[in-house]
Design a protein around this ligand. Sequence first.
Ligand SMILES: Nc1ncnc2c1ncn2[C@@H]1O[C@H](COP(=O)(O)OP(=O)(O)OP(=O)(O)O)[C@@H](O)[C@H]1O
Ligand SMILES: [Mg+2]
Length: 355
Amino acid sequence: MTNLFNDLLKDSESIFKNPVALDYDYHPKLVPYRENEQHYMANCIKPLLQNRNGKNLFIFGKPGIGKTIATRHVLKDLEENSDEVQQIYINCWKKDTPYKIVLEICDQIGYKWIQQKKTDELFQKVKEILNKTSAVLVLDEADKLEDVSIIYSIAEDIYKKSIFFITNDKEWINNLDQRLRSRLIPENLEFKPYNMEETKGILKQRVTYAFHSNVFDEKAFNLIAEKTYHLNDIRTGLFLLKEAALIAENKSLKKVSLEHSQEAIEKLTNFTPKDEKNLQDDEKEILELIKKNSGKSIKELYGIYSANKELAYRTFQKKIKQLETAKQITLKDHKEGWGYYKTVEFGYKKTLNDF
Ligand SMILES: Nc1ncnc2c1ncn2[C@@H]1O[C@H](COP(=O)(O)OP(=O)(O)OP(=O)(O)O)[C@@H](O)[C@H]1O
Ligand SMILES: [Mg+2]
């Protein structure tokens, strides 16, 4: 048998200098083109540094355009410049119940006596600790919260704070209970997609971090930058850079050329750029099920799933919807008699025209 690994590039010859720089959660040192947004956020926080109450902020915009990274950058800057303000960042897709959120806050503020305490008791502790100083609380992917009661508690019981909500869903805040909205009165900050030049700038920066010099052929890079610009999603761009380089590397080449970028783009139709790590375990299970039963209706899928697991149909439907938001699946409407039913396909096949 021939040696399968013979003709592969040896490690030291990899075209990647620092592949981590293409990970979605990598934090680049600079977040260019979002300076105005970062200033806006900083201004909402500033009163906290003067011992006054901060402002709340509702941040929205399409996926993959820097909302999370810009916000985290502001938090990091704050951390480096002040000890007075606590910073808490929560991804509500991962932590979607009051209990999980409170636990996460405890973890981030270093409160360790969490055993056998209920949500309310833990929140009392959180309240005591945070009210000694002031806090910025970021609720990212806020629309994924199962239960918004925790927002009430924070709004009511933490005295000096800024709460930032981040979501793709512009309407989310308007759909909150009026009593809650009147407690929050947030300012709005919309993130607009990057233009062509900005998209190129961001991807170029990552190429410099991730690859040895001159690995990316200019045409190969430009094709990916254009595709990324048209899709308005930097995350997809990072995926394409990595894919194209892997394709070249698999062919034992040391340069990425146009055809590798083209091949990477062809893979996109089934690809799901939204951070897969955000998926919860049950969502991953449901996704696996869909993968094996692509094309079945939601009811049929529920039939299979609920044979082994207890889950309400409504919750199941909600999970399906979340998988669609996460661009993991495609839902299709079919007419039946007077009504409609939906089938579920694995992979995200919507094109820009479908929106
Ligand atoms: N201005 C920028 N400079 C450097 N990297 C950026 C910039 N904007 C976005 N990115 C990168 O693009 C990817 C997506 O950005 P981010 O996660 O902030 O998107 P998002 O707007 O929060 O998307 P979603 O709504 O899907 O959560 C990240 O890997 C991020 O590092
Ligand atoms: Mg985000």
